[in-house]
Design a protein around this ligand. Structure first.
Ligand SMILES: *Cc1c(COP(=O)(O)O)cnc(C)c1O
Length: 389
């Protein structure tokens, strides 16, 4: 099978025990394990409110949509975002009939605060920041800019499960972001099948998410049955057309089984990143690396390099049974966002030169050596040491 980019690592017995508990109890839907996981996640991160949902995408859709409704934003109002992300981030803006305005990234591949500030107009309402690969980039500066200009801030933390600042605090907590959304999709750092969690410090927002994610129904089944005193409180009201974004107990059980391993796994990811870095830092002209600020203890969802002939290197690695990935093609290259094509040179440069190397619990020191030797052979011998810029 060769060496794959991602491979989820599960404590199979612990996961099965969680799933068995759900099946024996006869409770596989929303509630039970979803509530238990919400409590565990709040304790792990420090977010005040957390609502377990079926994906990060659902959470981002709900985050933008809820802010728009609550704050009476108009169609066509602007949200500043990055071109270098999975398409969910920017679709969340478009889905709410708002306009994604693309700012450029810096050497951390996260939004550049200088570029963000340049893109603020009277119609700007919010910024969505992506902690790319687990990196905090210059997020704290973005927080300051948002406060200064009265903008809402959404943190797409799909890659950031387990990322902390050096002092141990979690990005987005303590009022840094208005809403933070994580992904527990199959290849993320805390893998389930598909799920995510939407976090905030605002009780009112949390309350809206819980209704909106369940068709607009204003009380969930579980709270109805556990709060009942003798009689089953079966009545509920419906306030508006909501979505079906809630998470379920089976996925939450897997998340609960995996959470105790998150810090250990992320520490190993940082070790892998360190091994790759030591191999490549001798070739700063030929192999570009991504800056991780001193203050960031990254979850290291990704390890990325930039080279001149990325596509050639990809083919060469594939022919040697190594299967890297590309994160991401700049969204401004896609037809629906190409109105901004050419406006974010750093993101577009990365898009053409970047490669994500295999990064998961199954990668060994020997694998890193094998992969990095192949990369160096290709760049230094086969391509005669061509510079990546
Ligand atoms: C994976 C990912 C998402 C979407 O997460 P899902 O849980 O699969 O919906 C959003 N943003 C980024 C940056 C991602 O990597």
């Amino acid at each position: 099978m060769g060496i794959q980019l991602f491979k989820a690592n599960f404590d199979v017995e612990a996961c099965l025990a969680q799933v068995r508990e759900c099946l024996e109890k006869g409770w596989t839907g929303m509630g039970f394990k979803t509530v238990e996981f919400e409590e565990a996640w709040k304790k792990y991160t420090g977010h005040k409110y957390a609502y377990y949902i079926n994906s990060n995408t659902a959470g981002l859709y709900m985050a933008v949509d809820t802010l728009k409704e609550k704050l009476n934003w108009n169609d066509g109002d602007e949200v500043i975002s990055t071109p270098l992300t999975f398409i969910s981030t920017n679709h969340a803006i478009a889905k709410s009939n708002l306009k994604a305005v693309f700012a450029d990234v810096d050497d951390t591949l996260c939004l550049d605060p200088v570029s963000v500030e340049k893109h603020i107009t009277p119609k700007t309402r919010a910024v969505i920041f992506v902690g790319f690969g687990g990196n905090t980039g210059r997020f704290k500066e973005i927080v300051t800019i948002c406060r200064k200009h009265g903008l809402k801030l959404i943190l797409d933390a799909a890659h950031m499960s387990g990322t902390r600042y050096r002092d141990g605090s979690v990005p987005g907590t303590d009022g840094e972001a208005d809403i933070t959304v994580y992904s527990f999709q199959a290849v993320k750092n805390l893998p389930t099948g598909d799920s995510g969690i939407i976090c905030t410090d605002d009780a009112d927002l949390d309350c809206i998410f819980r209704k909106k994610a369940w068709l607009g129904i204003n009380k969930d089944t579980y709270s109805r049955s556990v709060n009942s005193e003798g009689t089953y409180k079966w009545k509920y009201d419906v306030e508006y057309v909501g979505d079906k974004y809630n998470g379920n107990a089976i996925m939450a059980g897997i998340a609960l089984a995996q959470l105790p391993y998150l810090d250990r796994d992320n520490a190993y990811r940082r070790t892998l990143a360190q091994w790759y870095t030591e191999a490549f830092e001798k070739y700063p002209k030929q192999i570009g690396l991504v800056t991780v600020p001193k203050d960031c203890v990254s979850s290291r969802h990704l390890f990325q390099i930039m080279v001149k002939d990325r596509d050639g290197l990809m083919t060469y690695l594939n022919s040697n049974d190594v299967f890297p990935g590309v994160h991401y093609v700049a969204n401004t290259d896609y037809r629906m966002y190409d109105y901004a094509k050419g406006t974010c040179p750093n993101a577009e440069f990365a898009s053409e030169h970047i490669l994500s190397l295999p990064m998961h619990m199954g990668i060994t020191f020997d694998d890193v050596r094998y992969i990095s030797e192949l990369v160096i052979k290709y760049i230094i011998e086969i391509k005669n040491g061509e510079s990546f810029r």
